[in-house]
Design a protein around this ligand. Structure first.
Ligand code: MN
Ligand code: MN
Length: 388
């Protein structure tokens, strides 16, 4: 029995009719079969009789150009189904600085694809970190913490940013120049204890990316008494981690177990052999955002109500799997398939259909599938994650 109070509360959280889909209807005497994603205002893309595409051709999107770099983003505006995660691809020339900024509505997870960069951070305890990143390194900035990114070395730095909010926009961040440019000079004088004339040449609008000299190397040993570092580092050497090896490929997972500061996101790199498959599974606690790095993939997503959707993926494509939706990925090329996954929880959870079936008797499975129980004698007794 659903009370009015319960309905009102759910409607207030979930937004109107979508929250009611799937409720028991006494008149029909059955559970309605209308798919009913239990969360959020983006229910419409998933509520129809057919599933939408879970592929976004990110590679085809032209970046926004700046003096010193470029950026492009995949949010719910470009890819409506990706309600809980958004992505940005950015490149910075050596010396180019993505200015001091923060994000009011998302934490930031990053993966360096090429080149090197230096990051500075500030946390609510006034602790900071200055640290260099190279290919395969990951960073995590908690929601609202200040940071900057500068290209270093002798070639551009290319990196992927993932945010734990699909409504996030990289072009709506809180930048230090934007704020200072909109504070009267006499207030700035009072705040910083310097003459108002100091600010005469400061920019009046957001700088976003600014070109400057490439900074020198960080000191190997900081002078005594010079650091106020956070207890948790923002950098994780992802590619240095030993992968989990399966018959059909490897998977490297960085959750908050490996990288304690990353409390709201988990990353994984899947490398699938030609012909192999990331087995049928789902994630009870998170949605999955994907960036196809290498090879040719095919993903199928199962969304209940007789709905399944298959899309083919090439390098540069973005994919998305809503929380709890069944899915699998096949390598359909002649080379390794490499996919970067980012989930919006610091705790990694996955349930495979293989393990689930192995946990039930052949008799139950025979009854469930309406076939001879002996059929299941040949099935695997545990999950393989990536069978060959
Ligand atoms: Mn940022
Ligand atoms: Mn998955």
């Amino acid at each position: 029995m659903i009370t009015m109070t319960a309905i009102s509360r759910r409607a207030a959280i979930g937004g109107g009719g979508a929250a009611l889909a799937g409720m028991w209807t006494a008149s029909a005497g059955a559970w309605e079969t209308t798919p009913s994603p239990a969360f959020g205002p983006a229910a419409p893309p998933l509520a129809g009789p057919d599933l939408p595409s879970f592929r976004f051709p990110f590679a085809d999107l032209a970046p926004k150009q700046f003096d010193g770099g470029w950026a492009k983003e995949a949010t719910v505006v470009q890819f409506p189904v990706s309600e809980t995660l958004a992505g940005v691809l950015m490149q910075l020339d050596p010396g180019a600085l993505r200015e001091l900024h923060w994000h009011a509505n998302a934490a930031e997870w990053a993966y360096i694809l090429d080149g090197r960069c230096r990051v500075t951070t500030i946390d609510p305890d006034d602790r900071s970190e200055t640290v260099d990143f190279g290919p395969g390194d990951v960073w995590y900035f908690p929601r609202g913490h200040g940071h900057s990114i500068q290209g270093i070395g002798d070639k551009p730095c290319l990196f992927l940013l993932v945010f734990d909010n699909g409504y996030f926009s990289e072009f709506g961040t809180f930048s230090i120049t934007d704020w200072v440019g909109h504070v009267p000079a006499d207030v700035l004088a009072k705040n910083f204890g310097v003459p108002a004339s100091t600010f005469a040449d400061f920019p009046k609008k957001e700088v976003y990316i600014s070109k400057g000299p490439v900074p020198g190397p960080l000191p190997a040993d900081y002078p005594d008494g010079s650091l106020a570092s956070s207890a948790l580092t923002h950098r994780y050497r992802f590619l240095a981690q030993k992968p989990d090896v399966f018959a059909g490929g490897t998977m490297t997972t960085v959750s908050m177990n490996e990288f304690p500061i990353s409390t709201t996101m988990t990353g994984a790199i899947l490398r699938i052999k030609p012909g192999a498959i990331r087995e049928l599974h789902w994630h009870p606690n998170a949605s999955e955002w994907q960036y196809y790095v290498r090879g040719k993939g095919r993903m199928t997503v199962f969304g209940s109500g007789g709905r399944a959707r298959t899309d083919d993926f090439s390098p540069g494509d973005v994919g998305y799997v809503p929380q709890g939706y069944g899915h699998y990925i096949e390598n359909i090329g002649d080379d390794y398939l490499e996919v970067l996954l980012v989930l919006n929880s610091g705790v990694y959870q996955s349930i495979s259909i293989t393990a689930w079936m192995a946990a039930n008797t052949p008799e139950l499975l025979g009854t469930n599938f309406k076939v001879d129980p002996a059929v299941f004698a040949a099935f695997p007794k545990s999950a393989e994650v990536m069978p060959d």
